[in-house]
Design a protein around this ligand. Structure first.
Ligand code: HEM
Length: 168
């Protein structure tokens, strides 16, 4: 029988300790390299276009002002888009429906009114080229809000927007 040798015992303890460390590191390394099993997250419902995107003229848009129970559409210019996005805001009928405080925006390209924070009918529609930086920022904030809250159903026709009279 061999005599107890404290230094050999200590070094074998160290050996086991280091070995366990290596095994644990290897184990976690393998776990980390596994592809994630998480399902791919769908974008929020409001950001998915559920119907094929539609192109509207300003005239076509006007019909969707919520009168006679029709849906309510509003176009809002996004900061990086060529033409305003058309949103179905029917779920905000208390705001935009007949008698609502923002009915003046219903069925319109409301970008100018939103940018100027104005419900004056003379301000609602019109060119955007004379807006100040802070008005452009305000418009971008409205666009983000609409993106989050309402269904995006299409765009205005670019030619139609280009026809909006430029400011002098
Ligand atoms: C005295 C001035 C005003 C007050 C106190 C006011 C207050 C409010 C309140 C409390 C809401 C509801 C917010 C929510 O539930 O999410 C709202 C919504 C709204 N406000 Fe005003 N507002 C004022 C003026 C204006 C003006 C001048 C505009 C013109 C751009 C405007 C545009 C809007 C719009 C578009 C919404 C609806 C947003 C949506 O669809 O969620 N407001 N306002």
């Amino acid at each position: 029988m061999t005599a107890f040798n404290p230094s050999a015992w200590e070094s074998s303890q160290w050996f086991i300790f280091v070995l366990c460390g290596i095994i644990l590191l290897g184990f976690f390394g393998i776990l980390a390299s596994q592809p994630s099993k998480k399902p791919i997250q769908k974008p929020p419902v409001s950001n998915r276009i559920r119907r094929p995107p539609k192109l509207f003229t300003l005239e076509e848009l006007r019909a969707f002002n919520g009168e006679n129970g029709k849906p309510i559409y509003i176009a809002v210019q996004g900061p990086f888009d060529e033409a305003p996005t058309v949103f179905d805001v029917s779920r905000g009928r208390e705001f935009y429906g007949p008698g609502g405080p923002y009915h003046v925006f219903a069925g319109k390209n409301a970008s100018r009114g939103l940018a100027k924070t104005s419900t004056d009918p003379d301000d609602v529609e019109g060119p955007l080229d004379d807006l100040s930086e802070s008005q452009k920022d305000a418009l971008s904030q409205w666009y983000l809000r609409f993106m989050e809250k309402y269904e995006n159903i299409g765009h205005l026709k670019v030619e139609d927007v280009a026809n909006v009279k430029k400011s002098d």
